[in-house]
Design a protein around this ligand. Structure first.
Ligand SMILES: [Zn+2]
Length: 492
């Protein structure tokens, strides 16, 4: 095929992960938009010219930190920007959606299906082949599967295969656009919702389910499995399997088998480390300190983890920490990170280092429950993520931020003036420990705390999910997968 007649594909997308239970709202300011080379950097195989049979053209790719639902004006503005780029270069032979798959938009269900449909319409061409590179924590609806010919997702959590996944989505497009055979796909909703910390692919049963994916029979191009995103109160919320190929019988069998194996193991998904209530976790920390643990003990304050969609304004854990003398008067330094509280940070800055601090904090986005924090302003630092104030209450250092800020590395703490090597107890709004923190942790547990991403999802009030859905309903043994086959888009 000559270069002139190469199929043309535009890369575009809008990606984030949103909890229905977070009072926070994601606005246009929260999105960063990549264009040009910075989009191609996300696809190493394209960037190094390994997929030159197809011309991949970068369009806008917008991404935001997980959080509360995206406002409708923000979504509309981003969609307009994507559609403008798509129309400018139309007609296209293909579209590569670079998305997450668990975005909520105020007043709109199934945002990614809406995006896919509108991009397909704008792309012109006849017929347009669409692929999607996604997070395995996305919710794949029937409508989405009907729009997207070649959807796939990560095979690891924690995610270490983002680039591989995006390259795979690009390769699927190359195969579909340059081969003689068009693909068909089979989709199956899996009636199971699981919190993220139960689906690590480092442990069973996710480990073997995901390990089996590359091992596909003849006629199958790709098998993809989404564990889903449980904190979305939408009809589409569930795990899902999609199998793509050119042999309809083989893909339907593979899809049904994958969904069936997932359902059969639904009760075997467990927290990927020791987990329990906050009081239990503090007891474990005290035991570790009494045992002379060399290095920091971590408690994950999981219910308000900002990188899972927590709002960052939940102060429930702080209320327990400041009344626990094992923490405030303990044998070493303790830290709690981080609470979004712009007014508290401003007050700390105005008062200055060494001034007394006595304010109610928490709930700046609307999460119920404020906490009276009394202490001394230990330091105020300016950071790329906005100002950070550290308020000391005895041996506990409370980190207040102006913006939602994950603490994922020792450097994140160092910028706030905290040396983890000299800290006995680190309570952090996070789920499983990110690798850099895992390296320095002498021990750790997950506390199943309150918040918009409560790991005990049965404590949250859902009203819009499709039933039955495990663990809210009993999915009977002998459940039969309902696999649906989608043919290529003939036209739009
Ligand atoms: Zn994810």
């Amino acid at each position: 095929m000559s270069r002139r007649s190469r199929p043309r594909v535009i890369i575009a997308g809008i990606g984030t992960e949103s909890s229905s239970f977070a009072p926070h709202r994601t606005t246009l300011r929260d999105f960063g938009v990549r264009e040009g080379e910075r989009v191609l950097e996300r696809f190493p195989a394209i960037a190094r010219g390994a997929l030159d049979e197809v011309e991949f053209v970068p369009g806008p790719v917008a991404r935001a930190l997980p959080g509360g639902a995206v406002t409708r004006p923000a979504y509309d503005a981003l969609v307009d920007r994507v559609l403008h780029s798509v129309r400018q270069g139309a007609p296209w032979n293909g579209v590569l959606l670079d998305i997450h798959g668990a975005m909520l938009v105020d007043g709109l269900d199934d945002a990614e299906a809406d995006l896919a449909r509108r991009v397909r319409q704008a792309a012109g061409g006849e017929p347009v082949v669409m692929s999607a590179a996604m997070d395995l924590h996305g919710n794949v609806s029937r409508d989405f599967a009907a729009q997207v010919d070649l959807p796939t997702c990560y095979r690891t959590a924690p995610h270490i295969d983002e680039c591989d996944t995006r390259d795979r989505a690009a390769r699927l497009l190359v195969r579909a656009l340059t081969g003689a055979v068009r693909s068909v796909r089979a989709w199956c909703r899996i009636p199971v919702a699981l919190p993220g910390e139960k689906t690590s692919t480092r442990v069973e049963p996710a480990a073997s389910l995901y390990r089996s994916l590359p091992d596909v029979p003849g006629g199958v191009w790709e098998a993809a499995l989404w564990v889903g995103y449980a904190w979305a109160d939408e009809p589409r919320t569930a795990a899902a399997a999609v199998v793509i190929g050119d042999d309809p019988g083989a893909i339907q069998r593979a899809c049904g088998s994958l969904a069936g194996r997932f359902v059969a193991r639904r009760d075997d998904f467990r927290f990927c480390g020791p987990a329990g209530g906050l009081r239990w976790a503090l007891g474990r920390a005290a035991d570790a300190a009494a045992g002379g643990l060399a290095g920091p003990f971590f408690i994950s304050d999981t219910g308000d983890n900002p990188t899972a969609g927590g709002s960052g304004d939940v102060a429930t854990t702080l209320a327990a920490l400041i009344t626990d003398t094992r923490v405030t008067d303990g044998p070493g330094e303790a830290v709690w990170s981080a609470l979004v509280d712009p007014a508290g940070v401003r007050a700390a800055r105005a008062g200055g280092v060494g001034s007394s601090f006595d304010r109610t904090v928490g709930g700046c986005f609307g999460w119920p429950g404020q906490v009276r924090l009394r202490g001394v302003v230990d330091r105020v630092v300016s950071d790329v993520a906005g100002d950070v104030a550290v308020v000391r209450s005895g041996r506990l250092q409370v980190v207040l931020t102006t913006r939602r800020t994950p603490f994922h590395t020792p450097d994140d703490y160092r910028r706030a003036g905290i040396d983890l090597a000299r800290t006995r107890l680190v309570v952090n709004k996070i789920g499983y420990l990110e690798p850099r923190l895992h390296e320095v942790a002498a021990g750790g547990v997950m506390a199943l705390t309150d918040g918009p991403v409560d790991q005990r999802i049965d404590r949250l009030s859902y009203s819009r999910i499709s039933r039955p859905l495990h663990p809210f309903d009993v999915v009977r043994d002998g459940w039969e997968p309902d696999v649906e086959l989608f043919r290529p888009h003939a036209s739009h």
